[in-house]
Write a protein that binds this ligand. Structure first.
Ligand SMILES: NC(=O)C1=CN([C@@H]2O[C@H](COP(=O)(O)OP(=O)(O)OC[C@H]3O[C@@H](n4cnc5c(N)ncnc54)[C@H](O)[C@@H]3O)[C@@H](O)[C@H]2O)C=CC1
Ligand SMILES: O=C(O)CCC(=O)C(=O)O
Length: 525
């Protein structure tokens, strides 16, 4: 499939009329063909008008129609074949196995939401039948279902060009909910975006859905993204990227006459807690596993283990010896964009020059587009005194914080901002200390995991990929896993509507076969 540099608006593919940009080959820094002329504000208006026009029809399609649509998107993405993999490798510098794996995750995610639709409990059908004889007052017939919010603007991530981008988790969950989606393409992988966008556009047509269900817009600057978030027809925003970008969009959304939710996944340093029993039992092995997680994908994961907390002793020495040895041997790796590479190098230099920080290890030097791993150390009192030490360094760098005892470790955790994950390395003799910390961890993070690292998020029903601010803008939700659909739904209650007027989902005969809670009790099916 050829990349043409065209915006996809409704059933049309058309070149923009505004300033053009080109993708940059991550490994060489060379510009790639073709040019992507940016969308105009008229294009944006048309995409929003089509999305608004599509909304009422699309949201009332039955769950099976939307499930089949998501499966068609998945099949169309696979049908692009190697053209997608090679373009994506060029644009991101990520290796083939990673891209192929991510493609599998992307289609798996679309299929997961097809399953969610067929299962039906996401719509939370609740029926409280009328009690006409109740004293002193009769109870009305009350029926609740969740309905789609409206057209959703999606800003994909640079670091997951498939699973968190045009047909990624935000798009899949919004489409499953019944929301049309307008994607502002990430400028780091426009060709990949166009190929995937065409797969969705084709699926819209093949499924007989209104053309406004999907659009993809390119922009060399930020006016299309900002215009989208401000547009009154947009009802919610999904975003993965920098804290600065996410908070800028939150501000625009909050200032609208009708503010809307922005689900932004932003920055996280993902504390790793090495408990004394685990360090004594297997400090060396944990060190090796940590180095592998830290350097995965050049460290460009929001779940990257950026902060290690431990009490000094022989176990920590063993951990550091194996981690530093592994990091010194891990080749530098191509980073996604020149901007991300520059930000990483500056972050590492800032830490290296910090008076309270020592550098423990540095990976081998690479090319001008590659990032080298780095490990730094400080102590808990310096960490508590210097807020900049908890800033995310997006790349393969981490900071070890030596805590004199577990009470100091708790203080560091109390001081931390919201995080996506916390990883605990433990043995049974650490259980009492862990039990003490769990309530605090629940307040700080979205996912608590044992004897592993947060990278490689499982797409599943019980997954939470979220966390208190600034890990995300709204810690009540997740951007990965089936619960993500909830971000794009809201409850509506229907009181005393005759059956003939009720939506199919709430009719007495339950024609859609949805799971229902009758008088608070889940109905047997
Ligand atoms: N925590 C995470 O999941 C991730 C964090 N990052 C962080 O973000 C940095 C830059 O990476 P990018 O992917 O380029 O993120 P970014 O936040 O700069 O851009 C993400 C998307 O939002 C748009 N955008 C950003 N600021 C905007 C604004 N003010 N108005 C309208 N649109 C805006 C961009 O055009 C892009 O489409 C990295 O160095 C890293 O620090 C990047 C990727 C993932
Ligand atoms: O670790 C993963 O699989 C997902 C990480 C992520 O969401 C991100 O880096 O943006």
């Amino acid at each position: 499939m050829t990349v043409r540099g065209e915006n996809l608006i409704g059933a049309q593919a058309q070149r923009g009329t505004q300033a053009a940009f080109r993708a940059v080959e991550a490994a060489t820094g060379q510009a790639l063909e073709p040019e992507f002329p940016g969308a105009s504000l008229q294009d944006l208006d048309r995409a929003c008008a089509l999305a608004e026009a599509a909304f009422d029809t699309y949201r009332e399609t039955d769950p099976e129609t939307r499930a089949a649509f998501l499966e068609t998107i998945a099949a169309n993405i696979l049908d692009i074949g190697d053209d997608l993999v090679t373009r994506c490798m060029q644009e991101t510098g990520l290796p083939r196995p990673r891209i192929e794996g991510e493609r599998g995750r992307t289609v798996g995610q679309l299929r997961l939401f097809a399953g969610v639709l067929r299962e039906g409990s996401a719509f939370e059908i609740r029926i409280d039948p009328a009690l006409p004889d109740r004293k002193p007052l009769p109870r009305p017939d009350l029926r609740l279902r969740k309905v789609a919010l409206g057209p959703v603007a999606v800003f994909g991530a640079s670091n997951f060009p498939l699973a968190f981008s045009v047909a990624g988790g935000d798009t899949a969950s919004a489409l499953a909910a019944g929301c049309p989606v307008i994607v502002k393409a990430h400028p780091a992988h426009p060709g990949t975006s166009e190929l995937v966008g065409r797969a969705i556009q084709k699926a819209v047509a093949a499924s007989g859905l209104p053309e406004g269900v999907f659009a993809l817009l390119f922009d060399a600057g930020q006016s299309i993204g900002q215009g989208l978030v401000a547009d009154p027809r947009i009802a919610a925003v999904g975003f993965t990227g920098s804290r600065r970008g996410g908070t800028a969009l939150m501000e625009i959304a909050a200032k609208r006459p009708h503010p809307i939710p922005v689900y932004a996944e932003m920055s996280s340093i993902n504390p790793v807690l090495l408990f004394p029993g685990a360090l004594a039992a297997r400090g060396e092995a944990i060190g090796r596993a940590f180095a592998a997680s830290l350097t995965l994908g050049a460290g460009q994961f929001c779940t990257n283990p950026g902060l290690i907390l431990a009490v000094p002793g022989p176990g920590l020495d063993a951990f550091l010896a194996s981690a530093t040895a592994a990091l010194r041997e891990t080749p530098a790796a191509t980073m996604l964009t020149p901007g991300i590479h520059k930000a990483y190098c500056e972050g590492v230099a800032r830490l290296a020059g910090h008076a309270a920080v020592t550098r423990l290890a540095e990976g081998p030097e690479g090319t001008a587009t590659q990032g080298r791993a780095a490990l730094f150390a400080t102590d808990s009192s310096a960490f508590l005194a210097e807020p900049e030490l908890q800033e995310e360094m997006f790349g393969a760098a981490a900071l070890v914080v030596r805590c004199p005892d577990l009470a100091a470790m708790r203080k560091v955790l109390e001081h931390l901002e919201g995080q996506l994950t916390a990883s605990l390395h433990i043995t049974p003799e650490d259980h009492a200390a862990v039990r003490d910390l769990l309530p605090l961890l629940e307040r700080r993070v979205g996912r608590i995991l044992v004897d592993g690292f947060g990278t490689g998020v499982e797409v599943a029903h019980a997954m939470v990929h979220g966390g208190p601010y600034p890990a995300t803008s709204d810690g009540r939700t997740t951007s990965v896993g089936s619960l993500a659909i909830d971000r794009f739904l809201r409850p509506v209650s229907y009181q005393d509507l005759p059956d003939a007027l009720l939506p199919a989902a709430l009719k007495q005969a339950n024609p859609l076969g949805l799971p229902r809670r009758i008088d608070g009790v889940l109905e047997r099916r």
